[in-house]
Design a protein around this ligand. Structure first.
Ligand code: HEC
Length: 193
């Protein structure tokens, strides 16, 4: 009876140690620079596919057309990149337009808050990124700054037409009133280790 109790006690002490050490070893064996490089390539693919389409729609069809294109293409590109790679790919923001897709989880929220602080301290969004191993996942976020172009649909002086179109597609839109240089959101990528 005494021994049995002791064994149970020993096991309950050891098993959490084994549990956590398996995570530690994953983190230790992961090739972080290679994972970062992979993530950056995917971020570039995302932006490099979406931005030209956005610009083309703006110049050829105007803002309303561009909003429509963005509402269809952005989720499509994220989905396509997630299914063609081993990464889960999305965009998130503290003030989301696309609900619920762009609502950050707790970790993403804390990184977005950190990005805001870094931007307020003078760092440009251009190279702002964060990588971490959390549990058994490699997570990577790349900030997206608010450029001149972005103000057309995320700024504080939207035309009545733009406001109406956004409201139609996104009744819970929070992604306006940004000013130049602020962090609009981030690409967020996750890979199982
Ligand atoms: C023509 C209007 C338009 C312009 C210009 C525009 N966006 Fe957006 N943006 C949208 C729409 C529409 C969505 C929602 C897309 C979706 O449904 O996934 C969006 C979503 C986003 C998101 C995803 C998070 C969220 O809130 O849903 C980010 C990040 C973002 N935009 C950044 C930018 C940046 C950076 C620029 C400038 C380079 C920019 N946008 C320019 C219309 C625009």
């Amino acid at each position: 009876m005494y021994h049995k109790k002791k064994n149970t006690l020993l096991l309950s002490i050891i098993s959490p140690v084994l549990f956590f050490s398996s995570f530690t070893s994953l983190a230790q064996t992961a090739d972080i620079p290679a994972l970062k490089a992979e993530a950056i390539t995917i971020v570039k693919q995302f932006g490099g596919t979406l931005k030209p389409q956005l610009k083309k729609a703006l110049s050829e069809g105007g803002v309303l057309k561009a909003i429509e294109v963005c509402s269809v293409k952005a989720p499509q590109i994220a989905k396509q990149l997630s299914s063609s790679t081993q990464w889960q790919v999305k965009r998130v923001s503290l003030k989301a337009r696309n609900h619920p897709n762009a609502i950050p989880n707790a970790w993403e929220k804390s990184v977005l808050e950190e990005f805001n602080t870094r931007q307020q301290q003078g760092e440009s969004a251009k190279k702002m990124a964060k990588a971490a191993v959390v549990k058994d996942e490699f997570r990577f976020m790349k900030a997206q700054g608010t450029g001149q172009l972005c103000l057309t649909c995320h700024g504080s002086e939207l035309t009545a037409e733009t406001k109406a179109a956004l409201k139609k597609h996104y009744p819970n839109d929070q992604a306006t009133n940004y000013s130049l240089g602020q962090i609009r959101g981030a690409f967020s990528l996750t890979k199982q280790l």
